[in-house]
Design a protein around this ligand. Structure first.
Ligand SMILES: [Zn+2]
Length: 396
């Protein structure tokens, strides 16, 4: 395609959301000295600063989003859930759900995060832009229709998918490469045949027992959920193999009108929340592939939305790698690459390959054999847990 038009959505208020005093993801309480909780955003502001300083942001048109309306939020969420987020935030502190702490600015930040994703999707569908990146907080993919969860207040990408359908897109592909499973996105669309949800995540990380290979959709949505629970320690080659062998063929089989990517960067080798090995090269390569896939399938229409990312020092470089790929630029300088790229976990290992091979041959969307007898075929699914894997010496 000709040079794509790129949009960058961000808003200062998103950086003002702060879950309050705590340590990591746990609020202050017995045994917890005050430090800070994750998803406070000096780090994300630094990420935007690096993209700006590198000159990459100059390739984008910067757009200031407006807050999502109640009508937008109600596409996915219940009125009671919206009221709880608003009321808890108005008090200035507290948990709006399950490990979803807020401050006074959080309700507005969350509406702006959703608004950015909705407006990015709409703009892309209208042809004003081809590709968009939304640097938003709070994240969204754990938020369920009726509750906030794990730092996520509203489900930014899920609402954007529904808004895209309201705007005329019939079929939407959501790819989620945040290291955690996007339970909220999965639950929203589990019985919907017109939204294909694909998640690449660390097996068994969070939520517990969520994102299994056997969770493939239900009812009319049977086959429209594709979970790829990669074993802890998976790195560059495993992620690229999953994209090449699962995401690409599934997308071609599904034929979406729009692609949305829940583009968390917490699968990096320096992230404190996961145990994966990805580098900025991984995110650059995956983003490039998805943009090519959009050129092939959706006339280039694709929106990336930030989700998790908790390494104070590495997150900016990972966002830059993603942004550079959206802009069609080479992978940027990565001063941290030397600490990760030589490690053996970067090569595809046999126990990682086994998960991908299983899905290639058994997922209803990828295997005609499995679609004939899905329950029988899926009953022999590997657990994909490291304990079930062959010995580490079994492959590279
Ligand atoms: Zn995450």
């Amino acid at each position: 395609m000709s040079t794509p038009h790129l949009a960058w959505y961000s808003h200062e208020i998103c950086f003002w959301h702060d879950p309050g005093s705590g340590s990591g993801y746990v609020p202050v309480g017995p045994g917890i000295e005050p430090l800070r909780q994750f998803a406070v955003d000096p780090d994300l502001r630094r990420a935007e600063g690096l993209v700006k300083a590198s000159g990459v942001q100059d390739r984008f048109t910067c757009v200031t989003p407006t807050p999502a309306t109640d009508e937008d939020l109600l596409l996915v969420h219940t009125p009671e859930h919206i009221e709880r987020v608003e009321a808890t935030s108005a008090i200035g502190s507290g948990d709006a759900g399950v490990y979803a702490h807020v401050n006074y600015h959080s309700a507005q930040a969350a509406r702006l995060a959703v608004g950015a994703c909705v407006q990015a999707a709409t703009s892309v569908l209208e042809g004003r832009f081809d590709r968009a990146y939304c640097l938003v907080r709070p994240p969204g993919h754990h938020a369920e229709p009726d509750r906030a969860m794990a730092l996520c207040l509203y489900n930014n990408v899920a609402v954007a998918a529904r808004a895209a359908q309201r705007h005329g897109a019939r079929r939407v592909l959501i790819l989620d490469w945040d290291v955690h499973h996007g339970n909220g996105i999965q639950r929203t669309f589990y019985e919907d045949p017109d939204v294909l949800y694909i998640s690449l995540h660390q097996d068994g990380l969070f939520p517990a027992a969520s994102g299994l290979v056997t969770e493939t959709g239900a009812g009319a949505g049977a086959g429209s959920t594709l979970n790829v629970p990669l074993p802890a320690g998976s790195g560059h080659d495993a992620y690229l193999a999953a994209v090449d062998r699962l995401v690409e063929p599934a997308a071609r089989a599904f034929r979406p009108d729009l692609i949305l990517v829940a583009a968390g960067v917490d699968a990096s080798g320096h992230d404190p929340m996961g145990r994966m090995m990805c580098t900025s090269r991984t995110f650059h390569a995956m983003t490039s592939t998805l943009c090519r896939l959009a050129d092939e399938l959706t006339r280039g229409r694709i929106v990336f939305a930030h989700e998790g990312g908790y390494s104070a020092w590495y997150q900016p470089t990972l966002v830059l790698g993603t942004a550079a790929a959206i802009a069609g630029l080479p992978a940027p300088q990565d001063p941290f690459l030397h600490s990760l790229d030589h490690l053996p976990g970067q090569r595809l290992q046999r126990h990682q390959d086994r998960v991908i091979t299983h899905l290639e041959t058994h997922h209803p969307l990828l295997s005609r054999t499995a679609s004939d007898v899905p329950s029988a075929a899926l009953s022999d699914a590997p657990s994909a847990t490291p304990s079930a894997a062959p010995s580490p010496g079994g492959g590279r």
